[in-house]
Design a protein around this ligand. Sequence first.
Ligand code: PEP
Ligand code: MN
Length: 342
Amino acid sequence: MIAVVKETATQDQLDHFVKWIEGRGFKTNVSQGDNETIVGIIGDTTQIDPFLLESMDIIERVQRVSEPFKKANRKFHPEDTVVDCGHGVKIGGGNFQVIAGPCSVEGKNLFEIARAVKASGATMLRGGAYKPRTSPYSYQGMGERGLDLLVEASAELDMPIVTEVMDPRDVQLFLDKGIDVMQIGARNAQNFPLLREVGKTQVPVLLKRGLSETIDELLMGAEYIMSEGNPNVILCERGIRTFETRTRNTFDVNAIPVLHHLSHLPVVGDPSHATGYTRYVRSAAYAATAAGADGLEIEVHDNPSEAWSDGAQALTPTQFDDAMRRIRLIREAVTAPVEEAE
Ligand code: PEP
Ligand code: MN
């Protein structure tokens, strides 16, 4: 349930109202925007009489919220959330960022790839040190050494890094290393102990949509993180499983405007995992940009045929550079002011 507070209400009246609600066993989430102040009331609000609240001097109106996600819900927090990823890079609320790099950190070629993607306009560097592979016999990642290489590349290029954490026991190591953004992969999208653990930090989390997750389930994953106190969540549409076999996944471009409608969190599109084939990645990247994504995550490798994972979907630095030119044009078209129709 949300209570919209009247513009004329004083801070004292608002504090008193919040205390009164909390005294009845509910949690609250106060969002003070430029235009209105909203109090989100969390708990079994069926016990609250909305007419009683509306009869109070400071309350403008009361609305029931049926969605079970509260902290991620735009109704409670109308303004877009802007997540600060470090190194001066912010995402959301009009800030568009491109995260690029190899699927896995493999060694020193990370630096070559990082320099190339930065020169083409990428603002964040990605690379997996801990890899969630479908087979236990596939390459599992470099582990801690991979994190060290990422940190070194981040310092050299002054770019925030995005890298996947798979195990709640590793979260402290990621904090100690100063990882800028922790990625939760599709296979861990509903690993609730892991979501809670990253939620106990303030480090931005890039939460990928699960392999067969609905949009509401993705938002509930974000809710797990936020309910522990970490508001810095970035959502990622990376394709879902459908009956289609011509691509690795089916890119749900719809999810981008739907997530923006339902939530204030930034939304990133990942055209690499969404398509699985280099030849389709650029088209999907353009579609995500046109759909209003706040950013993209794209896999780039200097020698895709030799990549240790996901070579089939990697762009070469030259292909990435070409893609970035078009992405910039599309982004300009999406954000350009247009005259209102008569
Ligand atoms: C990745 O980003 O390399 C990855 C494994 O992605 P996903 O979890 O979306 O499959
Ligand atoms: Mn990958």
